[in-house]
Design a protein around this ligand. Structure first.
Ligand code: ADP
Ligand code: MG
Length: 573
């Protein structure tokens, strides 16, 4: 149950709508019970009056008006209750989604990467949705049920103390027993229902995303079978769920019947010490109607297992501590955007080896540094530390003379342009894909950036409205990289970090990209990662990484002269 606490706290903000919903629900039930009770008594009383002399004096008007009033109140109340409580619940769910997202964002790319995309989506959609059960199916019916039973008991006690207390006690007992029993019965099935629902989505997405690859390797039918299996499991969970729901309702109706027999038997000798009269009908109909209070909770508690499982799955994200926290205030720093690594060591979580060991390195403002080394030597890790994807284990990094930990996130993002090794293309227009780096850039600026990276042909047919990504134009690896470079040009930050931007480009384009440095990155502090040792003469310094350590450092000509490892690698080109 403690798993629900973070969500119950969110209720505070919407307390008014939620309490109003309960109040209306209470009024509706009261009108509904009143209607049946009153009309039961009214019909028998009129019949009795018709047979006796009382027909002259019997007041038909008041109870008749009461019946009409209760009927109208029930309809209006039901409508109002649905509008108010659903409105409040939807607002609550909106808040919950935003809350979940604000907790999720800082976890990326840390721990949360261990959760697959499809699973994360399922948490964001289905598990958040499941949280509306807490209010609509559990809290509201229980609160309304308790108050309803108390009021009904009080009213009936006014007629007959024994009958009122008996009915009240039995109803209260059932209000406690039904949830307990059906929570236990539905718990295991509810848990596996939630997990199997997630499983079905994951398997289906796997199949959809990998369809062409799976077909080529002849594994398509195997993966499709996995979907069918997941579906079969889910269906059997749903079957059990439906059976338990049916049983809860059926047993409640049975209990209602027996309770009616008991009440009739107890009331048969007369209500409140009087001779048998139409008040017996009032008691009987009140008993029948009282089950309207219990019906909503009959099957509800078997959802509790599902809801708790969903809460647990959400908590895995919500309660996780982010690996990196940004400073809330902007740091003061100099206007010379230098980069300095001071004895930095870093290991990825769960990794045995250090990805970087004792790296000390300085790039003065306006200088260009090339980092070279074989795959896996730690080059990308170096950039990820500057972007604060991770924090260093020891040592520290300074940008513009200020420890990077003191920089606020917007400040850091504004000061750095990054072309990462894997450029993501958004599913959107060319304009969307470029302007994300500079939202206020003019049309002309966007087209110029495209031209600088020789991608003008993308805008030939539909201009910047050309669609990229799914359902649009597919880009080659080289084109994606150049979109990445165009974004960096548009972002126009004083520090530029590029991770193998020339990989997969032909010689001509590589040459073009390298010459961009002269034109556009002339006054910027640049770190350029590559494993191709060409055109490196024009860099101010070269740093050779091997197994996370700096092996050699210096200008191209000096390193060649030294005839060390860089020279060796250069020879094998
Ligand atoms: P490079 O960019 O030089 O090819 P990386 O910096 O990407 O190398 O990786 C350095 C080392 O860290 C490699 O051994 C790699 O397997 C490991 N590594 C990279 N990313 C992760 C990660 N997210 N989790 C665990 N290990 C990682
Ligand atoms: Mg890399």
């Amino acid at each position: 149950m403690r798993d629900l606490l973070p969500y119950l706290k969110l209720y505070k903000k919407h307390w008014f709508g939620l309490s109003l919903g309960m109040l209306l629900s209470f009024a509706t039930l009261f009108a509904s019970i009143g209607l049946l009770t009153l009309s039961g008594w009214f019909i028998s009383a009129s019949a009795v009056a018709g047979l006796t002399i009382a027909r002259e004096t019997f007041n038909y008007m008041l109870p008749g008006a009461g019946v009409r009033g209760a009927a109208m109140a029930r309809t209006a109340g039901r409508w109002g209750e649905r509008v108010v409580s659903h409105n409040a619940t939807f607002k609550l769910l909106t808040d919950l989604r935003i809350f979940f997202f604000t907790k999720l964002a800082p976890l990326i790319p840390g721990k949360a990467v261990n959760i697959r995309d499809a699973d994360m989506l399922n948490r964001l959609v289905a598990d958040v949705d499941a949280m509306d059960h807490v209010y609509l199916r559990l809290i509201s019916p229980i609160v309304v049920g308790v108050f309803g039973i108390l009021c009904l008991t009080a009213v009936l006690c006014w007629f007959d103390l024994t009958l009122g207390l008996t009915l009240g006690a039995i109803l209260m007992l059932m209000l406690i027993v039904w949830p307990l029993v059906f929570y236990r019965l539905g718990k295991e099935n509810g848990e596996s229902l939630t997990l199997n629902k997630a499983e079905l989505r994951i398997k289906t997405l796997d199949w959809l995303q990998g369809y062409s690859e799976l077909t080529l390797f002849g594994a398509e039918s195997r993966y499709r079978k996995a979907i069918t299996n997941a579906q079969t499991k889910l269906l059997s969970n749903q079957l059990v769920h439906a059976r338990i729901s049916g049983m809860a309702q059926g047993l409640l109706i049975l209990a209602n019947g027996w309770l009616l027999v008991l009440m009739l038997w107890l009331a048969a000798d007369g209500v409140g010490g009087n001779q048998p009269d139409p008040l017996i009908a009032l008691m009987a109909f009140a008993t029948m109607a009282s089950f309207e209070l219990l019906m909503p909770i009959a099957g509800a508690f078997q959802y509790l297992g599902q809801t708790l499982t969903s809460a647990k799955r959400l908590n895995e994200v919500i309660l996780a501590e982010p690996e990196v926290t940004f400073s809330a205030q902007s740091a003061t720093h100099s206007n010379d955007y230098s980069i300095k690594f001071n004895k930095v060591s870093f290991a990825y979580p769960d990794a045995e080896q250090l990805a970087l060991r004792d790296v000390s390195l300085e790039v003065p403002a306006g200088n260009r540094l090339a980092i070279v080394g074989q795959t896996g030597s730690g080059k990308s890790t170096l950039l990820q530390l500057i972007s604060r994807y991770w924090d260093t284990n020891s040592g520290h990094i300074e940008l513009a003379g200020t420890d990077i930990k003191n920089w606020s996130e917007p400040q850091l993002r504004e000061s750095t342009s990054i072309v990462s090794q894997k450029v993501d293309i958004l599913n959107g227009t060319l304009r969307d894909n470029l302007s994300m780096a500079s939202p206020n850039a003019s049309e002309e600026a966007l087209l110029n950036a495209l031209k600088s990276v020789s991608l003008s042909h993308l805008a030939e047919d539909n201009g910047l409205d050309a669609w990229l990504g799914d359902g649009g134009r597919q880009l080659s690896g080289g084109e994606k990289r150049r979109i990445g470079i165009a974004r960096a040009l548009l972002h126009n930050a004083p520090i530029v970090l590029l991770d193998e931007p020339t990989e997969g480009l032909d010689k001509n384009t590589e040459q073009q990209v390298m010459s961009l440095f002269e034109q556009h990155f002339a006054d910027k502090t640049v770190i350029f990662i590559t494993h191709r040792l060409v055109h490196l003469e024009r860099f101010d310094a070269i740093c050779l990484l091997e197994d996370g350590e700096i092996l050699e450092f210096g200008h191209h000509s000096n390193l060649i002269e030294a005839r060390g490892r860089y020279f060796e690698l250069h020879q094998t080109l």
